[in-house]
Design a protein around this ligand. Sequence first.
Ligand SMILES: NC(=O)c1ccc[n+]([C@@H]2O[C@H](COP(=O)([O-])OP(=O)(O)OC[C@H]3O[C@@H](n4cnc5c(N)ncnc54)[C@H](OP(=O)(O)O)[C@@H]3O)[C@@H](O)[C@H]2O)c1
Length: 209
Amino acid sequence: MKIAIIGTGKMATGLGRAWSKAGHNVMFGSRDPAARQDVAREVGGVSQVVTHDQAMSGAEVVVLTTPYIDVEPFAREHADRLRGKVVVDITNPFDSVPAGGVSGPEVTAKAIGQGARVVAAFKTNFAGVLDQPVDASGVQRDVFYCGDDVVAKEIVRRLIDVTGFRPVDCGALKAARALDPMVPLMIEMDRRLGGKGLGRRSHWKFVTP
Ligand SMILES: NC(=O)c1ccc[n+]([C@@H]2O[C@H](COP(=O)([O-])OP(=O)(O)OC[C@H]3O[C@@H](n4cnc5c(N)ncnc54)[C@H](OP(=O)(O)O)[C@@H]3O)[C@@H](O)[C@H]2O)c1
């Protein structure tokens, strides 16, 4: 599968590495591809760092890994290209939570418009442990995901599964309203309870005894 990852930062690199290892064709879209070629070298496989348009061209899945604040303008500008594709929104609004009680991914879907197939995923997973799907105690980490398009969700479920994490289906896209505030809480709890020197290795786990 051809996956476009918009952004070349910590989450982009971690996800790109996992999907490249699983045999997917990963194209990173950067504002400055020439300056970010090190990312493709680091990730390996057939990955490349190119422009946003080049990355999205022919991609079945587009993963948005930019700062949250840049997502809506990006989605609006590239709506024609994004419409119909599976769009994975991993971004977190923090202090920029949208008005009206809606979630970031719902704003993304609205910006793309009719035909948007947005799935929220990886919002509650720290970048530093994307290569550790099982924690030091042997517990498999969860990836919470949600969306309104059943087929898009199944594609994302499989993309989570190949990383070694456990996909946890949280329902419709509006479930992202609960995922958004879990992230600042997670950072605060990790700071207080995560253990000295561990630094953002903690994770949310949904347990069904
Ligand atoms: N870090 C985490 O543990 C974590 C966990 C879950 C979710 N998230 C979410 O994932 C997103 C990325 O986090 P990160 O830690 O990977 O951030 P990061 O390391 O700062 O990377 C963000 C990337 O986005 C691109 N970018 C920056 N400003 C942009 C703009 N104005 N327009 C378009 N692209 C822009 C940059 O790539 P180019 O310079 O190549 O364009 C940059 O490398 C955030 O929304 C964050 O909330 C982060």
